[in-house]
Design a protein. Structure first.
Length: 335
């Protein structure tokens, strides 16, 4: 995941977006500023409020900010999420979506020993909504799987495993039914695996994987899969470890990267100052690792871990009564 080298300062595109995105972003930035790293933040707008104010959910100016930055932090988008995040992925060629699923203490995790990464292809497949048209009988959508895109994401998953001390990569597909598209995915997986003899391999059908995530989640280390399957399994994974409020994500390309929590804009609690900022903070930690700032990432991660272990300052979703910024201040005090 580390695709950059450390340097004296970084330009970070910051897009708070809608709803609680602004609140959790403020909390994450507050802790980042307490680290011994020089960040220059360049703010852009995107989402529902941008659409209402400017007539577009993703202004060209925001895309330019992302293109000219070392990385991007994104808060949340509401109803325009597809018009914002999917378009950014496509415009910036962010082919890999990373969704860590990790158990933290005092978070209603179903198991204590869960720690795996879902590596999801980001540029093709059913999720990009290549829907041709309505017909007299209904509607038609196309699912395109290419050798280039699938080999790229599969190789990325194996490289991630090697760089992060993982020993096994699991391919997830539905090749027994989707014999051509997922059959090709599985074929490419085992061809690429020959270049990584030190990494164990296995493959499961997506429906079986959905069951195994419940019955034996500790057996997974790195899962690689296609776009729509990855989207669905990622949310199931979130349910294993306490919900979407604790799940960060990364979108990685050759020259760009965006980091965001996956909880959405949560309009029902927006503006109340009670949103859990941990997913946004964990996304910022993923950004630090991408930038090669692993020491700072470890410090940030350990500070969050101490807050969760102590369980004195927690937001309402974790059984506490702290505000968003109270939790952020506790994390900052533990750095």
């Amino acid at each position: 995941m580390n695709t950059s080298k450390t340097k004296d300062s970084y330009q970070i595109a910051v897009i708070p977006g809608d709803g609680i995105g602004r609140e959790v972003m403020e909390a994450a930035i507050d802790v980042l500023d307490a680290l011994d790293i020089d960040f220059e933040y360049v703010y852009g707008e995107a989402g529902d409020e941008s659409l209402e104010r400017t007539g577009t959910a993703l202004p060209d100016e925001t895309l330019e900010i992302i293109k000219n930055s070392d990385a991007c932090l994104f808060g949340a988008a509401g109803e325009t999420a597809a018009d914002v995040i999917v378009k950014i992925r496509q415009e910036m060629k962010m082919f890999a979506n990373l969704r860590p699923v990790k158990a933290y203490p005092n978070t209603n995790s179903l198991y204590d020993d869960i720690d795996f990464m879902i590596v999801r292809e980001n540029t093709e497949g059913m999720y990009i909504a290549d829907e041709e048209s309505y017909t007299d009988d209904g509607a038609i959508a196309r699912r395109i799987i290419t050798k280039e895109a699938e080999e790229r994401i599969i190789r990325y998953a194996f490289d991630y495993a090697c760089e992060n001390g993982k020993t096994k990569v699991t391919a997830v597909h539905k090749a027994n039914v989707l014999k051509k598209t997922d059959g090709l995915f599985r074929e490419i997986f085992y061809e690429v695996a020959k270049d990584y003899p030190e990494i164990a391999t296995e493959d499961f059908y997506v429906d079986a994987t959905a069951m195994y995530l419940i019955t034996q989640p500790e057996s997974f280390e790195v899962i690689v899969t296609t776009n729509l399957f990855g989207d669905i399994l990622s949310d199931e994974g979130a349910g294993l470890v306490g919900g979407l409020g604790l799940i960060p994500s990364a979108n990685i390309g050759l020259d760009a990267a965006l980091f965001e929590p996956v909880h959405g804009s949560a309009p029902d609690i927006a503006g109340k100052g009670i949103a859990n900022p941990i997913a946004m903070m964990l996304s910022a930690i993923m950004m630090l690792r991408y930038l090669g700032e692993n020491e700072a990432a470890d410090k940030f991660d350990n500070a969050i871990l101490k807050v969760l272990n102590d369980a004195n300052i927690l937001t309402g979703d974790l059984g506490g009564s702290a505000s968003t910024m109270e939790l952020a201040n506790e994390v900052k005090n533990n750095l």
